[in-house]
Design a protein around this ligand. Structure first.
Ligand code: SF4
Ligand code: SF4
Length: 409
């Protein structure tokens, strides 16, 4: 029997295992490998049935012949067959006669979804000099900000404002936020409405975060609610990890049963990251660090500079922004284009007695819109609030906040 991969939840769970190999060295596998690289999944090998007709390396990964690989190696290998469905029958018999640990096949729809996912990061420039490449890729990056997508790539569900770490210059303004939890009931209602508008699909990734989500007393119910309304979506719990080792059995079980990926941002703090990772693996929960999977990966901090005058060109800021048309956020019945706008409006203004203005252009009232297409159009449109983004960000060494306005201006 062929086990097909139909959605990103399934795909991520499979790719997160050890000893992953991909069968095929064509269009589908190229896209699958790009997806894996972008999401920091490690693919060990490529397999093909005939090495004569294939390169020795494909996308930098060694290509092996299925017939000449040792049975011992195959026994350890989880194989993802990256071929279009019309080619499955041709390889099924060979592959099923081999002692793979597990075999999964991508369905055609999934191949298309992966190709779409990769589209934003695609580079068509391989043979031009560095300057031209930079210039063209810069233009493509900007151009893609304005392209309406046929689904939402990413949506943050903001469940609280505050945080137990309080990093300097936090771009969700959690370090200067008062304690504020959003209730499970209100989040449930918003998720239900989003699922109604999106038919429970068309959102590729949802990240449950804040602030620090592990502080929320109703976190486990919220995670189950997200999975209930979005059965095909990759769900991430984005955390600083400080409280992970204190979590009880229930937490790990709910993450496992609801296929929640824990994304731990690795700050340079005294935390036993190895132990956290080990615990997640032992509990059968997919785990990764925010900006990579390597042990030496540490979060790079950036000061995102606010233009208090509000006289930046919004189209220009939006075109240069790394989260425009991507980092949408759901909060109290409204859908915003980015956490920076709504959280600086709510938190920064209050803390420093400022008057950054927000208009109806900056959000959708999810109870007033009628279709998912309105979200795709909204996401790809520059917002009024983009005039407060200077377009500049400066890297700095991570430290705790001193709660001063200069951390953002
Ligand atoms: S851990 Fe994350 S949310 Fe908390 S203050 Fe630091 S950057 Fe902000
Ligand atoms: S306000 Fe506009 S430019 Fe600024 S972070 Fe949000 S989307 Fe990007």
């Amino acid at each position: 029997m062929i086990t097909m991969i139909h959605d990103f939840v399934n795909l991520d769970t499979i790719l997160a295992q050890e000893n992953i190999a991909v069968f095929g060295a064509g269009y589908a596998s190229r896209n699958l490998l790009k997806y894996a690289a972008k999401n920091k999944f490690y693919v060990r090998d490529i397999y093909v049935s005939d090495v004569e007709e294939n390169p020795l390396f494909f996308m930098g990964i060694k290509v092996n012949c299925l017939y000449t690989t040792s049975r011992e190696e195959l026994t350890n290998t989880v194989l993802v067959v990256a071929l279009t469905e019309k080619n499955h029958a041709g390889v099924y018999e060979i592959i099923s006669s081999m002692p793979f640990k597990n075999v999964f096949y991508l369905c055609d729809d999934m191949i298309k979804k992966i190709a779409f996912f990769n589209e934003g990061s695609e580079s068509v420039m391989s043979n031009v000099n560095e300057k031209v490449r930079e210039c063209v890729e810069g233009c493509m990056f900007r151009y893609h900000r304005f392209i309406q997508k046929p689904c939402l790539e990413y949506m943050i569900v903001n469940i609280l404002d505050h945080c137990n770490l309080r990093c300097k210059g936090c771009d969700h303004f959690a370090c200067i936020a008062d304690e504020k939890f959003f209730s499970r009931d209100s989040i449930y209602k918003d998720l239900e409405r989003m699922a109604e508008l999106f038919d429970g699909d068309y959102i590729i990734k949802i990240s449950v975060m804040g602030g620090e989500p592990l502080l929320h007393p109703e976190l486990l119910q919220i995670l189950q609610d997200v999975r209930h309304f979005f059965p095909y979506t990759t769900i991430r719990l984005t955390t600083n990890g400080v409280l992970l080792l204190q979590q009880k059995e229930d937490f790990w079980r709910i993450c496992r049963e609801n296929k929640v990926t824990i994304v731990n941002t690795k700050y340079p703090i005294n935390l036993n990251f190895e132990e956290i990772k080990r615990r997640a693996y032992t509990e059968g929960v997919v785990f990764r660090y925010f900006e990579g999977t390597g042990d030496d990966v540490v979060k790079q901090s950036f000061k995102k500079i606010i233009n208090l005058e509000g006289d930046s060109n919004p189209v220009e800021s939006f075109s240069k922004c790394h989260i425009s048309n991507y980092g949408n956020i759901l909060l109290e019945g409204k859908f915003y284009g980015c956490p920076f706008s709504v959280q600086s409006y709510r938190i920064f203004n209050k803390k420093f007695n400022q008057n950054l203005r927000m208009t109806e252009e900056d959000y959708l009232d999810i109870y007033k819109v009628n279709s998912k297409e309105e979200f795709f159009e909204f996401a790809a449109r520059p917002k009024f609030y983009c005039r407060y983004c200077s377009g500049l960000s400066e890297p700095f060494e991570w430290e705790r906040s001193k709660f001063q306005m200069s951390e953002w201006v």
